[in-house]
Design a protein. Structure first.
Lengths: 646, 174
């Protein structure tokens, strides 16, 4: 009964979404107040219905309702509660429902927190979001109904994919989707602005907090996914340039360009067309990512179940949404003015360089991701594009971007004289140069690329230091939060660069056969193999290895890597044991048994690897700090005041 | 020409490629072995380890070589199709039991049925390397001259069997 209620709620939600996607847009075009007024209540009703459907599916998981096909495929009577909850989005149907739930959540948030915006604008934004909702609801109801019954019911479920039975994966998809879907709000604001013809600084100010929030979530989501791949796949890597990873990285790159270009549009009124195009692109790439992941047109380590019918549906959805918005862009963009002029050297021109670099980087990652498909489609053969291409193309593009990060925030708007800026940066440059030379020499051997990485990280951090020192006289407490947010995020980039540089330069890895009492040493840490014994988990059997970790003869701790066999799928899973530290991780994973006593064991020494995710966390935190700025709320009060007096 | 139409134009080209891509299978990798003689080997049979089997024993016949293992989940999916095909007596199926302990393999055949004329035990997986096996199951169509004519990676589906494998076999048997 409950699953049918969930299904019914989705059908009702589709009807409400149809109303939400048509009446307010028509009302805004015709100036009908009654139709415009439909937008907010429709968005709220829509959210309640989708939340109810989501609750129904969750309940089916919690209560082990194996008469629901989706639950039977992705759960099991022995699956612990936390994974039954995350199992809701452990498969195609449920993850789409999660996507939809997020979309309606963002929509209702816009409806609730937009009291200060003109009603017609809100109606257009909610209308565009309503149309996107219609598309996704139709997709779910027509091709991917999570409430499909399985009659007679399965006796027990096939269990959640063991790869997904992991704490990191409980939060990774919701965070990632919050980011992906969040760009739909930036997109809706852009389309609303194009429809109304009011492409101005006010529009940029309204969409900025939403865009930054989405970007911060996407940053966290990608970081969580990367962290999960690091410890769960047992390969010790943190990024593989896999098509599915790239699918999440592309919107991030464009989103990063977008938050910078929005700053220009808000402050100076320039880049308007460009900003709108980026907002369209960010959401389009989110949709493209969904298409790539769900249709199986590319091979990926993330082997999602695929169905060509679903692929066609998403492709049509993508074609309609993106095609229509780009068409609208082509119609409206020629009439948009150029906005504030700026000099050849100014903060605008530096941000323009930032945008060009990020967009070129996006293009090259997109090209590498789709290249196998292009070649195959042209009948030129089969190939795969791997990390060598991406590293060779991506890294050189990032270097100038990182160099710009120090002078960028110091340069003046409109017209900047670079001489005082560069003079201010001299101490930062000297410090960066010294560190760049000293760190590789002292740490583990000279390598030019390591020196460059350290130098760039120190340069960015130094630039931030100079910027903060420059404002000391004005009183740091007087600095607005968005200013602090920007610098926090930039320091995050520096921390990230340190992590990537150090781990790719100085990691050590050994693959050895170990019998009890054998020892192996990496990076100054010695592992002594004690043995392997059998243990039972709730829904798996584990071989638990025991190794003693020591350094300079002093025993630090016992590490217990596991090799699990899940009872239902017989799929072997590696659970690495990691000793995490500020300056290094030591990492051990169990391979295969070689004979009665010996196992193959893989040990890693990973210097600074946690700085990679620490840096991402700082970037996301910077975003959150920036949107907490008072001025986004002040405008609301001012607008409310204006409304009261008018 | 309106320069603002450029993004739309690029997007349309992209969608066209994606639409073509939907009808392609990226997992289908052409095997370099197609059109080449099946690599020779001599290995013990699964049921009678004292007897051996070599591909040249089948010179002059069209046959299927199916790589399977008891630990392979997708093999269970294709197995009923093979059992059914064996009953139709169109083509002899030989099994290459890949990296499997003998008892497990025998138990598996007892449980799910045995479509094979005989199975060859490749415990070490050596022959599998010669045949370029990179995932179980895989199925090879080998012609009268001992040349590999087709390779299916992954489970044989009813669709592949009826549309590709059987027509090819009829052609080769002429």
């Amino acid at each position: 009964m409950i699953p049918e209620l969930g299904h019914f709620a989705l059908i009702l939600a589709l009807l409400v979404a149809l109303v939400q996607g048509t009446l307010p847009l028509a009302g805004a075009a015709r100036g009908s107040r009654a139709w415009i007024a439909v937008a907010r209540p429709a968005a709220q009703a829509q959210f309640l219905l989708v939340a109810f459907a989501f609750g129904c599916l969750t309940w089916a998981f919690v209560s082990h309702d194996f008469s629901v096909a989706y639950v039977a495929q992705h759960s099991n009577s022995r699956l612990p509660l936390e994974y039954r909850l995350s199992g809701v989005w452990g498969g195609h149907e449920g993850s789409l429902l999660l996507w939809l739930f997020m979309l309606s959540g963002w929509t209702v948030a816009v409806a609730l927190f937009s009291r200060h915006l003109p009603d017609a604008m809100v109606a257009r934004v909610l209308g565009v979001l309503g149309l996107i909702t219609v598309g996704f609801l139709a997709f779910i109801l027509l091709t991917s109904n999570p409430f499909e019954r399985l009659l007679p019911a399965a006796e027990d479920g096939r269990d959640l994919n063991p790869l997904l039975q992991d704490p990191g994966l409980i939060f990774h998809p919701p965070m990632l989707y919050m980011g992906y879907v969040g760009f739909s709000v930036a997109f809706a604001f852009a389309i609303a602005a194009l429809l109304s013809g009011q492409l101005d600084a006010a529009w940029a100010r309204w969409s900025r907090p939403w865009t930054t929030t989405a970007w911060a979530f996407l940053t966290l989501g990608i970081a969580l996914g990367s962290w999960w791949a690091y410890y769960e796949l047992g390969w010790g890597g943190w990024w593989f340039w896999d098509p599915v990873e790239n699918a999440s990285f592309l919107p991030w790159l464009v989103g990063t360009a977008l938050i910078h270009s929005l700053a220009v549009t808000e402050k100076r009124g320039s880049f308007k067309n460009w900003t709108v195009l980026l907002a369209i692109a960010a959401f389009s790439l989110s949709l493209l990512g969904t298409f790539l992941v769900r249709s199986g047109v590319l091979t990926s380590v993330h082997a999602f179940a695929t169905d060509p019918r679903r692929g066609i549906f998403i492709l049509i959805l993508l074609a309609i949404v993106v095609g229509a918005s780009l068409f609208l862009f082509a119609l409206r963009a020629p009439k948009v003015g150029l906005g504030g002029r700026f000099g050849l050297v100014s903060r605008e021109s530096l941000l323009l360089m930032n945008n060009v670099l990020l967009v070129v980087a996006t293009g090259s990652v997109l090209l590498g991701t789709l290249y196998p498909l292009f070649i195959d489609a042209l009948g030129l053969g089969k190939l795969s594009v791997g990390p060598p291409y991406f590293n060779a193309v991506f890294v050189p593009l990032m270097v100038p971007l990182l160099i710009l990060m120090a002078p960028g925030p110091l340069a003046r708007w409109k017209h900047a004289d670079m001489r005082p800026v560069l003079k201010q940066l001299v101490p930062a440059f000297v410090a960066a140069l010294l560190l760049g030379v000293a760190v590789p020499l002292l740490y583990g051997g000279w390598r030019p690329l390591t020196a460059l990485g350290v130098l760039l990280a120190a340069w960015i951090a130094g630039g931030t230091g100079v910027a903060i020192a420059g404002r000391l006289r004005g009183g740091l407490s007087g600095q607005p939060l968005h200013w602090w947010g920007m610098h926090l995020a930039h320091v995050g980039v520096a921390v990230f660069v340190v992590g990537v540089t150090m781990v790719s330069s100085y990691q050590e890895e050994k693959d050895v056969r170990m019998a009890p009492d054998d020892t192996v040493t990496v990076g100054g840490y010695t592992f002594r193999f004690i043995g392997v014994r059998k243990e039972m988990g709730p829904n798996y059997q584990a071989m638990v290895g025991e190794l003693e970790l020591s350094r300079d003869g002093k025993v630090l701790r016992t590490m217990k890597p596991e090799k699990r066999a899940y009872l239902t799928s017989a799929m072997p899973m590696t659970e690495a044991a990691i000793d995490t530290g500020l300056l290094r991780d030591v990492y051990v994973s169990l391979g295969e048994p070689i004979d009665e006593r010996a196992w193959s064991v893989r040990v890693y020494y990973k210097p600074f690897v946690d700085w990679i995710w620490g840096g991402c966390l700082l970037m996301a935190l910077g975003g959150i700090v920036a949107i907490s700025d008072r001025r986004y709320r002040l405008k609301r009060r001012a607008a409310a005041l204006q409304g009261a007096t008018a | 020409m309106n320069k603002f139409l450029l993004p739309l134009g690029i997007f349309i080209v992209l969608v066209a490629f994606l639409a073509i891509g939907l009808n392609l299978n990226p997992r289908e990798v052409p095997s370099p072995l197609i059109g080449k003689p099946a690599p020779a080997f001599t290995l013990p049979q699964l049921h009678q380890p004292e007897a051996t089997f070599a591909p040249k024993d089948l010179q002059g016949r069209v046959w299927l070589l199916n790589v399977w293992a008891s630990w392979c989940v997708s093999c269970r999916q294709e197995h009923p199709i093979l059992v059914d095909l064996a009953k139709r007596n169109i083509v002899p199926i030989y099994g290459l039991n890949y990296k499997d302990p003998r008892e497990d393999a025998l138990r598996w055949l007892k449980q799910f049925g045995d479509p094979y004329v005989l199975s060859i035990a490749d415990v070490e997986g050596r022959v599998g390397i010669d045949y370029g096996v990179y995932g179980v199951p895989e199925t090879y169509v080998i012609d009268k001259a001992g040349v590999i004519r087709f390779k299916q990676i992954g489970p044989v589906t009813q669709d592949v069997l009826e549309k590709t494998i059987l027509p090819l076999i009829r052609e080769l048997q002429k």
